[in-house]
Design a protein around this ligand. Structure first.
Ligand code: GAR
Length: 223
């Protein structure tokens, strides 16, 4: 029998994505081996504690040198012996040493239809720009912020009644369906990255990754 696919989750705050990943782990055949936060008091750590998952705090404020912080982070992750490192609201720019070390095994979720709207305050910026569509993307992480080959995106429609909070809720609801599903794909060995191209089931994906609409993702999650 193959051993369980082990995942480390990195986060900085609330951890609603962690909660969604915890909820699906048994059903989707992966195991969250540990949760690591760079922020003391992150609510995600409370969620990990409640779920009986090992958790660690590595306060970035204690490190003036990014390289030393990242090498300490590597030590914690490697002790957990994981197959995949999952950033779920981990608000740190990583060094190239770190991202190269975990190349092909380090993923991030970002609240926009990448490559548009990298960085912070995506919901506000999307509304200010008068966009009709928004969404979330899962991608391989590189040292460049919210860059790296895109694995999948889910789009949501913006309605005239939407504000920053309602849009955030819409997008996060989709993130909570998308992220566990992508980790399931990894656990089933369906995803590879070759020369910055993402392959799903031995076929290259388009550069914007696998596309879900809001409704397709809801249907998929039910199935
Ligand atoms: C999520 O919406 C995630 O996409 C975003 O932070 C939020 C964390 O929420 N990540 C980024 O912006 C990365 N650039 P959570 O702590 O409730 O999961």
């Amino acid at each position: 029998m193959p051993s369980t696919f082990r995942v480390a989750v990195l986060l900085s705050g609330n951890g609603s994505n962690l909660q969604a990943l915890i909820h699906k782990q048994k059903h989707f055949n992966y195991q969250i081996a540990g949760v690591i936060s760079n922020c003391v008091g992150a609510f995600g750590l409370v969620r990990a504690e409640k779920a009986g998952i090992d958790h660690y705090t590595l306060p970035h404020k204690n490190y003036t040198d990014r390289k030393i912080f990242d090498s300490e982070l590597i030590k914690i992750i490697d002790n957990l012996q994981v197959d995949l490192v999952v950033m779920a609201g981990f608000m740190r720019i990583l060094t190239a040493d770190f991202t190269r070390y975990y190349q092909g095994k380090l993923i991030n979720i970002h609240p926009s239809l990448l490559p548009a709207y990298r960085g912070l305050n995506t919901h506000r910026r999307v509304l200010e720009a008068g966009e009709k569509q928004h969404g979330a993307s899962v991608h391989f992480a590189t040292e460049e912020l919210d860059a790296g080959a895109i694995i999948a995106r889910v789009s949501v429609q913006i309605s005239p009644a939407d504000n920053e909070l309602s849009l955030k809720q819409k997008v996060q609801q989709m993130e909570h369906l998308l992220y566990p599903l992508i980790i399931k794909w990894f656990a089933e060995n369906r995803i590879q990255q070759k020369n910055n191209v993402v392959w799903l089931d031995n076929k290259p994906l388009p550069s914007l990754g696998y596309q879900y609409t809001h409704q397709q993702l809801i249907n998929q999650a039910k199935g």
